[in-house]
Design a protein around this ligand. Structure first.
Ligand code: NAP
Length: 259
């Protein structure tokens, strides 16, 4: 595995939502493998702290913090233009930022639905388009788009709190396959993959049930959950696959998870 990550040394990866949780673990793993990682989120101070940790750990890559609200297309476009100026462009785009609001289909607030659409669907589509255009203009033919999906993108859980979230993740399943088809039609060897975890212990449930932290804590106490590092390992696994192998989806649940 280490051998095959060698080819990504010095290459540029964008990781969205790198301030905490899965995104932070992915950013750390890629920096450890020698990549130049641009990590973006709103809480850029947390990414700065992570960058300092990576540096003191002596990792061979670097983490470059970038403050970006992914609900704002102008901010996303400015980020890509800054990456072009400072680091040439993006070779690997990891669309990780995402969230759930507790807004059922029959009673939820439009505002919460719109925020999920903006971050989980639109930002992923915009970042992928911009990353592809960046690869195309630099004749990069071996890039990779990795979308952090969810098991919620493959089956509906019988819980109204998650229905709209699942709908956005079904969109991620559809977009990953659409991206694969368009990349192939464009005669590139750029790969598109999604990783679909079950329950991962992060800030996710605390943000989802933000008015009920006990309920969020109970989610993570009920079973032995996946760790953010397990998802980071799946990311390095898909990046490590031989160049002719395109892994479409990695579905991974905690062994004890029911649905
Ligand atoms: N945890 C799970 O059980 C689980 C399961 C399956 C799939 N997933 C997926 O995994 C991905 C990461 O989730 P996580 O568990 O790591 O959640 P998390 O700990 O809550 O982290 C979410 C990340 O998304 C970023 N983010 C949210 N809104 C943003 C915005 N408007 N602009 C920029 N960044 C934004 C947050 O950064 P800031 O708040 O600093 O901006 C944070 O870095 C998501 O796509 C989620 O759907 C999670």
């Amino acid at each position: 595995m280490m051998m095959r990550m060698e080819r990504w040394k010095g290459r540029v990866a964008l990781v969205t939502g790198a301030s905490v949780g899965i995104g932070a673990a992915v950013a750390r793993a890629l920096v450890q493998h020698g990549m130049k990682v641009v990590g973006c989120a709103r809480n850029v101070d947390k990414i700065e702290k992570l960058a300092a940790e990576c540096q003191s750990a002596g990792y061979s890559g670097t983490l470059i913090p970038y403050k970006c609200d992914l609900c704002n297309e102008e901010e996303i476009l400015s980020m890509f233009s800054a990456i072009k100026t400072l680091h040439q462009g993006v070779d690997v785009c990891i669309n990780n930022a995402g969230l759930a609001h507790n807004e059922p289909l029959l009673s939820g607030r439009t505002e919460g639905w719109r925020n999920m659409i903006d971050v989980n669907i639109l930002a992923l589509a915009i970042c992928t388009r911009e990353a592809y255009q960046s690869m195309k203009e630099r004749h990069v033919d071996d890039g990779h788009i990795i979308n952090i999906n969810s098991m919620g993108g493959h089956r509906m859980v019988p819980s109204a709190d998650e229905h709209f979230y699942c709908a956005t993740k079904y969109a991620v399943t559809a977009m990953t396959e659409g991206q694969r088809q368009e990349l192939r039609e464009a005669k590139t060897h750029i790969r598109a993959t999604c990783i679909s975890p079950g329950i991962v212990e992060t800030e996710f449930a605390f943000r989802h049930h933000n008015s009920d932290p006990e309920r969020a804590a109970a989610v993570y106490e009920s079973i032995k959950c996946l760790k953010a590092e397990d998802i980071a390992s799946a990311v390095t696994y898909v990046l490590s696959a031989p160049a002719h192998v395109q892994i479409g989806d990695v579905q991974m649940r905690p062994v004890e998870q029911v649905s």
